[in-house]
Design a protein around this ligand. Structure first.
Ligand SMILES: *Cc1c(COP(=O)(O)O)cnc(C)c1O
Length: 476
């Protein structure tokens, strides 16, 4: 921001720099004010001015330097733009991982988005009974739907499934023992580990069985006067294969009933429709789990349900009431936007065909390979055109497998077709980095020195963005 200047002392040079007040006037003249918040403009000006001073001092008297306004203002403006750029922003997910926790898990359905906007923009009957004019409880808005869809007597919704499990443990087992199979003491990612969450809930963990095999008799022997719950946990992100055993939910329920101990199942994903019928590996539905007699089941709202982040508990009224009344429920309560999105998402499940069509997570999970092949080929054609048939652009469409991801069928690989791309003379690592550094980042996988675009998680609108990104990559 400075250049050479003929003979004059360091002090004179510094004194000749514009004052902050003067710069603020100039900022207004240049439209930076009120274009940007005044505090940020002031901060930028002081920071850039300090940098100029430092440079003058660093170069010393021997080097002749002078203030260069245009470079200075360009730096100020780009600094302001960078500060005001969205930190949380939409990205294009070309990874093919449908329920990608790092990329926000589930995309909401159009109805859910519209309902969030409608409820967020104004007042609502969040906790208000419109019939009687009294205060009501917020869960009432979705409880009936959840009961209808799951076959349970009662339901409560909190922030996320980790919260739901913590709440259930705190409300039903504090100061007492929770029996869990050693094969189910899982870590789900982040800080959610079953042994730790049990302790956090104020309960004591009673581990039974072995890592690979746990029998009903193991649970039976572990039950004492202090036993509060039998907890069954979906192992979500890992599998033990080979010589394994774990009692079915039904068997645990029979044991729990006989001994008067509630059985809770942490389902993780909790699907409301039969995915096996859609060609996905069969996981029992929430309705089946409730039908098998568990006292409570917990699951996420943003995994296979395809709704907003939330933790849903369904089950026996008497137990759900205890959860509702526990102080932790207040700390974990969901907000009106979550409720709005959840209600809209759940309504889609009243007609499973509508759920499969309208809920992006389900739609993407059930895309057929033939459709994906067509999409990958369309994208390839589009990029060829965007690249003006640049010979450096090398692409091919091949069969591959996409991941469901996110604790929901995480081990499952879904057949897909992907577009592989590379640009001669450029490293794929560098290309990948440039794709994710864009204003609208494009997130891809790298496989064997190829950039991989999986159309499973792309909509046709994304093709234009990817084409623009591809042109940028060819420019250097
Ligand atoms: C994903 C998962 C959780 C955590 O759910 P969040 O909604 O992410 O809090 C807990 N238990 C199991 C089995 C899971 O798969």
């Amino acid at each position: 921001m400075v250049k050479k200047e003929e003979g004059c002392s360091l002090r004179e040079r510094l004194a000749r720099l514009p004052a902050v007040d003067e710069l603020l006037h100039e900022a207004a003249r240049r439209g930076l004010l009120p274009g940007f918040p005044k505090t940020l403009v002031g901060e930028q000006l002081r920071a850039r001015l300090a940098a100029v001073k430092e440079e003058i001092v660093r170069l010393g008297v021997e080097t002749e330097v002078v203030f260069e306004p245009e470079k200075f203002w360009a730096a100020v403006e780009s600094g302001l733009k960078e500060q005001m750029a969205w930190r949380l922003k939409p990205v294009v997910n070309a990874t093919g991982v449908v329920i990608h926790t790092n990329l926000g898990r589930s995309r909401l359905s159009p109805a859910a988005i519209a309902q969030v906007a409608a409820v967020a923009a104004g007042y609502s009957n969040l906790e208000y009974d419109l019939e009687n004019g009294y205060r009501s409880i917020r869960y009432a808005n979705v409880e009936e739907l959840l009961c209808r869809l799951s076959g349970a007597e009662a339901a409560v919704v909190v922030n996320n499934n980790a919260g739901a499990v913590l709440l259930a443990l705190s409300a039903l087992a504090a100061g007492r023992e929770v029996v869990v199979s050693r094969g189910e003491l899982v870590e789900i990612g982040g800080a959610f580990r079953i042994p730790e969450i049990v302790v956090q809930g104020g309960a004591m963990l009673c581990e039974v069985g072995a890592t690979n095999r746990t029998h009903l008799a193991d649970y039976e022997k572990a039950i004492t006067e202090d036993t509060a719950l039998l907890l069954k946990v979906h192992t979500s992100n890992y599998r033990i294969s080979g010589f394994t055993n774990s009692p079915a939910t039904r068997e645990l329920v029979a044991l729990g009933r006989a001994r008067g101990i509630p059985v809770i199942e942490d389902l993780g994903s909790g699907n409301l429709i039969d995915l096996a019928a859609c060609g996905l590996p069969g996981e029992p539905t929430v309705t089946e789990v409730i039908g098998s007699g568990v006292d409570l089941a917990t699951f996420s709202g943003d995994k296979l349900l395809g709704g907003p982040q939330s933790g849903i508990v369904v089950g026996r009224r008497e137990l759900v009431e205890k959860l509702k009344k526990h102080p932790l429920n207040r700390a974990l309560r969901i907000d009106k936007m979550t409720l709005a999105a959840l209600e809209a998402t759940l309504k889609e499940f009243l007609d499973p065909r509508s759920a499969l069509r309208e809920i992006p997570t389900l739609r993407m999970l059930t895309r057929k390979p033939e459709e994906l092949k067509k999409r990958a080929r369309n994208l390839r054609r589009r990029l060829l055109r965007a690249g003006g048939n640049d010979p450096r652009l090398v692409m091919r469409v091949i069969p591959e497998a996409s991941r469901a991801g996110g604790g929901a069928l995480p081990m499952v690989e879904l057949p897909t077709w992907v577009l592989q791309l590379r640009i001669e003379g450029q490293s794929v690592a560098c290309l990948e980095k440039r794709l994710r550094s864009r204003r609208r980042p494009v997130i891809v996988r790298i496989v064997n020195d190829w950039l991989v675009f999986d159309p499973r998680t792309l909509e046709s609108e994304d093709d234009a963005e990817i084409a623009a990104a591809c042109r940028e990559l060819l420019e250097l």
